[in-house]
Design a protein around this ligand. Structure first.
Ligand code: HMH
Ligand code: TZE
Length: 218
């Protein structure tokens, strides 16, 4: 079984917890309070900028030219989505331009930047994969379930992550990760799993922190 197939099997209980989160359930129903969505949007803009830098670092660490190029495209894609958020939601929702990251957001982005720079290459790639794959799965799930909901105010968000362009990137990221896993030892494959699992937990925390409008304790 491929590394990614095996990993998805092991991560499924956590993925199901993510689907059941009130943030995602209410986003799907269109009932998520706007204040929570605005908080999420602002934090996600910060996230996408740092995520873009992590992908850029990974691009420069790749051995195959095809992979250098793919990760450069991913990095550009993340920054373009960030830009698009500023052009659409930021203007209409009146979100300020400078964003202080919440504790969970900073924890997640710093984890990704640290892995991208210092982890073994295969582990570093496994650390960024949940950002692609979990969003694709959540986006598809919400898209399939929301046909009964009319005029969902979060349609734009849903369309981004259930769309064809994002699907192509996700498929490429999955196949590069499997290629690197095949060239790695069983213990390296387990280190990859640990990084994937950590990033998946941080995805859960990111949604949870938005729902709670997380603040710094001091
Ligand atoms: C927190 C988070 N993870 C993943 C994605 C998908 O790029 C996103 N926009 N935000
Ligand atoms: C993972 C990801 N999220 C937003 S853009 C992007 C890279 C795809 O181009």
């Amino acid at each position: 079984m491929s590394w990614t197939k095996n990993t998805w099997k092991r991560i499924t209980p956590l993925y199901e917890k993510i689907l059941a989160m009130p943030f995602n359930q209410e986003l799907m129903q269109g009932t998520l309070p706007l204040e929570k969505f605005k908080f999420y949007m602002a934090q996600d803009a910060y996230y996408l900028g740092e995520f873009g830098k992590a992908l850029s670092t990974l691009s420069g660490r790749m051995e195959k030219m095809a992979h250098v190029l793919e990760f450069a495209h991913f990095a550009a894609g993340a920054i373009e989505v960030e830009r698009a958020l500023h052009e659409s939601y930021f203007k209409t929702l009146g979100i300020p331009d400078t964003i202080e990251p919440s504790p969970s957001c900073l924890l997640y982005t710093n984890f990704l930047l640290k892995e991208a720079k210092y982890a073994d290459l295969a582990t570093a790639v496994a650390a960024v994969l949940p950002c692609f794959w979990i969003y694709k799965k959540v986006g598809d799930h919400i898209f399939e379930q929301q046909s009964s909901v009319e005029n969902n105010p979060y349609k734009n968000w849903i369309d981004t992550y259930s769309g064809e362009a994002f699907a192509e990137s996700v498929q490429k990221a999955i196949s590069i990760t499997d290629e690197l896993a095949e060239q790695s030892s069983p213990s390296a494959n387990e280190a990859m799993f640990k990084a994937f699992e950590m990033a998946s937990k941080l995805e859960w925390m990111f949604w949870d922190s938005a729902y709670r409008l997380e603040k710094w304790p001091v």
